[in-house]
Design a protein around this ligand. Structure first.
Ligand code: 13P
Ligand code: SF4
Length: 304
């Protein structure tokens, strides 16, 4: 079957079956083209609370599909490819954080949304890369235990010297792999390019950037900038999306290794099979877990 035929079949079936397809920006262009909504983690969460269709298919990773189910329990929610997990979300569990909380009883626990639903039940508020600064700033508490991404946490902490941050050593294996020497090499090859980076990268990489932001933050910056060349310090799908939407500008990956295999595991055929009802995993959450996690996500949407 040709790509176009697969895409048309998906569009026909999703209309017949009242399905909404949500895709994270790290999905491939063929999936992005047929999605009803494409965004970063924060925008997907907001969209998840507003969807009207009776079924939602998430093309992204597991915690994103769980977020949809948490916010819209009456909907049938599928993760298009059940193997798409986020390694960072699996790094810390509820038991570990309950122990850490005993050491820091007066700290507000801020959880990056890249966490399991179960872990969210023992946290106070969720954040995403695009909402973390605003939310941490608006919290009454000036003591923050930020989990699990040490890099995002330290990027936020540096901008808030008035608050005390405790960080744990978790993070995104894809972004954290990038080093200052990757940046020096890319800058030497493309001396006129601006360097745009995601705050999941390590501090020394973030410090070398012209702009720091979420996936959509990076895309919007590049689209609106008068500059013509950019080194992209986030997952390489953003390079492809920007090349397609701004063919008059040049985009270079910080490294050919900046690929999240979990985000890339979902294919257009997975999406086709999911709309057909022959694959994908329906997300089922225990009601106590759902309500416990919802508290943190609702607070994020309210403050963000
Ligand atoms: P954002 O979508 O918030 O930019 O996060 C990127 C990411 O790594 C998602 O897993
Ligand atoms: Fe998780 Fe990193 Fe992949 Fe995002 S890019 S899904 S944080 S492993």
């Amino acid at each position: 079957m040709a790509l176009n035929d697969i895409q048309n079949e998906i569009l026909k079936l999703k209309k017949e079956k009242d399905i909404c397809i949500l895709a994270h920006c790290y999905q491939t262009p063929d999936i992005v083209e047929i999605a009803d909504f494409v965004g970063d983690s924060f925008a997907l969460s907001v969209e998840a609370s507003k969807v009207k269709n009776k079924t939602v298919i998430m093309c992204g990773v597991r915690f994103m599909a769980e977020t949809v189910k948490i916010l819209s329990p009456e909907k049938t929610v599928y993760l298009a490819n059940p193997d798409a997990g986020c390694p960072m979300a699996e790094m810390m569990d509820k038991e570990l954080i309950e122990q850490v909380k005993k050491q820091y009883p007066d700290y507000t626990v801020v959880a990056y949304i890249n966490t399991t639903s179960e872990l969210k039940t023992v946290c106070d508020v969720c954040v995403t890369s695009s909402s973390a600064l605003k939310i941490c700033n608006s919290l009454d508490s000036d003591k923050i235990l930020f989990i699990p991404d040490r890099n995002l946490g330290s990027y936020i902490a540096k901008q808030m010297p008035n608050k005390e941050f405790k960080l744990l050593s978790g993070g995104c294996p894809t972004h954290a792999r990038m080093s200052a020497s990757d940046v020096k090499k890319a800058k030497a090859e493309h001396p006129n390019a601006l360097f745009l980076v995601h705050p999941e990268c390590v501090e020394e990489v973030v410090e070398m950037a012209d702009y720091v932001g979420s996936t959509t933050g990076i895309m919007n910056y590049a689209k609106n900038s008068d500059a013509k060349e950019f080194i992209i310090g986030t997952e390489n799908s953003i390079v492809s999306h920007l090349q397609l939407s701004c063919p008059d500008k040049m985009f270079y990956p910080l490294s050919k290794d900046l690929i999240c295999h979990n985000m890339k595991i979902t294919t257009i055929v997975d999406v086709l099979n999911c709309v057909k009802g022959i694959s994908g995993e329906e997300i089922i959450l225990d009601e106590d877990v759902r309500l416990g996690a919802k508290r943190c996500i609702d607070k994020m949407i309210e403050l963000g």
